[in-house]
Design a protein around this ligand. Structure first.
Ligand SMILES: *Cc1c(COP(=O)(O)O)cnc(C)c1O
Length: 374
C-alpha cells in the first residue's frame, strides 16, 4: 500500500542538508551559537523579504505573540479581539499579558474573523485585534484595516500559517503594527525544532522586542524592563537562511497542488474545498483543509488507503477547557463549530509528487462514489 503522510519533513531535509551541514560546521567550529552572523543574516533577509524595517528572531511563535502584545502596551483591563478558530497560542498570549480575550465568529470564506461580529464586539476597552491568516489564506485586509482605523484598534498579525502570502501585492505580516511568525517544524518556513520571528516598522516596538528577548538587558548588566529568554539560535538560523531562498518557489508549488486538488475534486457534492485565490491575493496553503459532513468516515477511508489527514482545529477556542475554566463565558459560534466538525486537512507539501496527488484525488472520489452515493 502507498503511504502518504499528512506531512513528510524528511523530503525537504534531503534537499537542504548539504548546505545546512556546511553552515553548522562553521557554527560548531567557532561555537558562536547565539547572536551570531546567521541570526543577523536571517533577520536582515526576512525584513527585506517582507518589506519591513525590522525583524527579530525569537525562540518560537508563542513567544513572538507574547512579546508583540507586551511591546504594544497591551495589559490588564484591555480587550483583545480574536477569531475563535485560532490556535491556542494566540489565546494564551492574550491571557498571559493579563488582557481579556474577546472571541469572535469566523468568516467561512477566509477563515479569518467575521467582519460583522468584529464590529459587534467592539467596546471602549478594545485595544487590539489579533488576526490569524488561517491555513495561509490572507484575511480581507482592506476591511480589517478600515475596522481598526475606525476604532483606533492596534492590529497584530499572526502570520504563522502564511509566510510569503500576499494581499494586493503586500506580504501578510507587514500590515499590522507587529507581525508574528512561528517557524516551528511544520510551518511553511520551518526550523528543525522551535523558532519564531517578529517584524515591525515601529521604532519603539522594535526597541522593546529586541530587548524583551534578552531579559530587557539594554546595556550589559543593566536590565531596563522585565523580559524573557527567547532567542533564535544559530543552528536554526542557518536552516532558515537556506530555506528562505526557496520559499517562494515552494509556495508556488503549494498553489499548483491546490489547483490540482481543485480540478480533481470541485465537482463533488457535499465537499467544500478551500477557495481559489481571487486575483488580488496569493495564499500559501499552509494547510489544505476540506469540509464534508462525512468527515470522520472520509478520514477512516483515507487511512485504510495510506493517506494521512489532520484536524485543524477540532475544538474551537471558546469550547476549550482552559478558556471556559478561566473566563466562564459560555458563548456559541455556530459557523466556527460547524467548521470544526466538518474540516479535515489532506496532505499538502511542495514535495508531493504528481502521482501522489492523483492517488489522493482518486481515493477521495472513490469515497464519494462507493461510500456516500450508494
Ligand atoms: C504554530 C502556531 C503558533 C505557535 O507557534 P510555536 O512556534 O509553536 O510556538 C501560533 N499561531 C499559529 C497560528 C500557529 O500555527
Amino acid at each position: 500500500m502507498k503511504k502518504i503522510p499528512l506531512l513528510d519533513l524528511k523530503r525537504s531535509w534531503e534537499e537542504i542538508k548539504e548546505e545546512v551541514y556546511k553552515g553548522w560546521e562553521e557554527v560548531f567550529s567557532t561555537m558562536k551559537v547565539l547572536n551570531g552572523k546567521y541570526l543577523q543574516e536571517f533577520e536582515k533577509n526576512w525584513a527585506e523579504y517582507l518589506g519591513v524595517k525590522y525583524a527579530f528572531g525569537c525562540s518560537c511563535g508563542t513567544s513572538a505573540l507574547l512579546m508583540a502584545l507586551i511591546a504594544c502596551g497591551i495589559e490588564k483591563g484591555d480587550e483583545v479581539l480574536l477569531q475563535t478558530n485560532a490556535f491556542i497560542a494566540d489565546l494564551e498570549a492574550i491571557h498571559w499579558v493579563g488582557a481579556t480575550p474577546v472571541l469572535v465568529e469566523v468568516d467561512p470564506n477566509t477563515f479569518g474573523p467575521h467582519l460583522e461580529d468584529l464590529y459587534q464586539k467592539v467596546t471602549p476597552k478594545t485595544k487590539a485585534l489579533l488576526l490569524v491568516h488561517m491555513y495561509g489564506h490572507p484575511a480581507e485586509m482592506d476591511e480589517i484595516i478600515k475596522f481598526c482605523e475606525k476604532y483606533g484598534i492596534i492590529l497584530i498579525e499572526d502570520a504563522s500559517h502564511a509566510h510569503g502570502a500576499t494581499y494586493k501585492g503586500k506580504k501578510v505580516g507587514s500590515f499590522g503594527k507587529v507581525g508574528c511568525f512561528s517557524c516551528g517544524p511544520v510551518k511553511n518556513l520551518n526550523c528543525i525544532g522551535d523558532g519564531g520571528v517578529v517584524v515591525t516598522d515601529d521604532d519603539e516596538v522594535a526597541f522593546k522586542i529586541k530587548f524583551l528577548r534578552v531579559h530587557g538587558q539594554v546595556e550589559k548588566n543593566h536590565f531596563h524592563f522585565f523580559g524573557f529568554n527567547s532567542r533564535l539560535d544559530e543552528l536554526q538560523a542557518v536552516i532558515l537562511n537556506v530555506r528562505l531562498k526557496t520559499l517562494d518557489q515552494k509556495n508556488e508549488k503549494r498553489r499548483k497542488i491546490a489547483k490540482k486538488y481543485y480540478e480533481g475534486l470541485s465537482d463533488i457534492k457535499n465537499l467544500t474545498l478551500p477557495p481559489l485565490d481571487p486575483d488580488y491575493k496569493q495564499s500559501v496553503y499552509h494547510r489544505y483543509v476540506i469540509r464534508t459532513p462525512y468527515r470522520d468516515e472520509l478520514v477512516t477511508f483515507l487511512k485504510e488507503r495510506g493517506i494521512g489527514t489532520g484536524y485543524y482545529y477540532p475544538i474551537p477556542l471558546h469550547l476549550q477547557k482552559s478558556y471556559l475554566t478561566f473566563y466562564k463565558n459560555s458563548i456559541s459560534f455556530p459557523v466556527a463549530e460547524k467548521l470544526a466538525k466538518e474540516s479535515v486537512a489532506i496532505p499538502m507539501y511542495p514535495e508531493l509528487t504528481d502521482e501522489e496527488i492523483e492517488y489522493i484525488i482518486t481515493c477521495i472520489r472513490d469515497f464519494y462514489k462507493f461510500k456516500i452515493l450508494i
